[in-house]
Design a protein around this ligand. Structure first.
Ligand SMILES: [Zn+2]
Length: 244
């Protein structure tokens, strides 16, 4: 499967064709596919994926971080993306980065408290209850802790790895052939993790995806500075921005 929007749409169509039902974590249906997106680096990249899903009547959950260095859901542009995802009928979950809190590593109770705190903040920001958490680059310890969190589904709890076949495109690589797994129909329940970051109109290699992301940051910073620095062009011209 290619990392293109067209291939992604074809994947959704294969899932539908094989009679799987797109479901949420708490649903208990036969032939369920739970579609989950972790947003690690770019909020903007979620939109095309969300639109393709809407076009095909598919619902999914986008897991968003409060604490990352790459995007900000408190900013207007961040809020606009979240509003857009919700308006397309998708749900928002919390993407939790335990490394943000070095002082509580290995302390399950404190970790649960932080997840509950972040989920309540995220709920207020998006205006909708956040009831799911996924872990960003989880340590072995946090997975083995099998955390039970009040009012919040832990997508890394044993249940979703024992009852469900788990497939992920982490680091832009499917560990197993996803289309064969879908078309083979050997699993009753499947949890699929898709990172919108890897998908484009034309397929890009891992290296090019990362290179373009890094090298476009100067332009993004310049654009943001226009709104925050009067007459920026007198100090620095658009043509002096380096990168893509
Ligand atoms: Zn992540």
């Amino acid at each position: 499967m290619k990392f293109t929007y067209l291939s992604y749409e074809k994947l959704l169509n294969s899932i539908i064709k094989n009679n799987y039902i797109f479901s949420d974590y708490k649903d208990n249906v036969e032939k369920a596919v739970i579609l989950r997106h972790d947003v690690d680096y770019s909020l903007e990249k979620t939109i095309r994926i969300a639109e393709i899903e809407k076009k095909n009547n598919v619902n999914s959950t986008f897991f968003i971080m409060l604490t990352c260095d790459f995007y900000n859901i408190f900013s207007l542009s961040g809020r606009n993306v979240v509003d857009k995802l919700l308006s397309l009928g998708h749900d928002i979950g919390l993407h939790f980065d335990e490394m943000r809190y070095p002082e509580i590593i290995g302390k399950p109770k404190e970790i649960i408290d932080k997840i509950v705190l972040e989920a309540s903040i995220l709920s207020k920001v998006i205006g909708k209850e956040v009831t799911k958490v996924s872990m960003h680059r989880p340590s072995k310890e946090i997975i083995e802790a099998n955390l039970t969190i009040p009012q919040i589904v832990n997508t890394y709890s044993y249940k979703y790895f024992s009852e469900y076949k788990y497939i992920s495109d982490s680091r832009r690589r499917w560990r197993e052939p996803i289309l064969d797994i879908i078309n083979g129909r050997q699993y009753e329940k499947i949890q699929i993790l898709i990172h919108p970051f890897w998908y484009n109109d034309e397929e890009l290699s891992l290296e090019d995806t990362i290179r373009m992301y890094v090298n476009s940051a100067n332009r993004e910073r310049y654009r943001n500075l226009i709104d925050n620095f009067t007459n920026l062009f007198e100090v620095m011209r658009d043509k002096d921005v380096m990168g893509v």
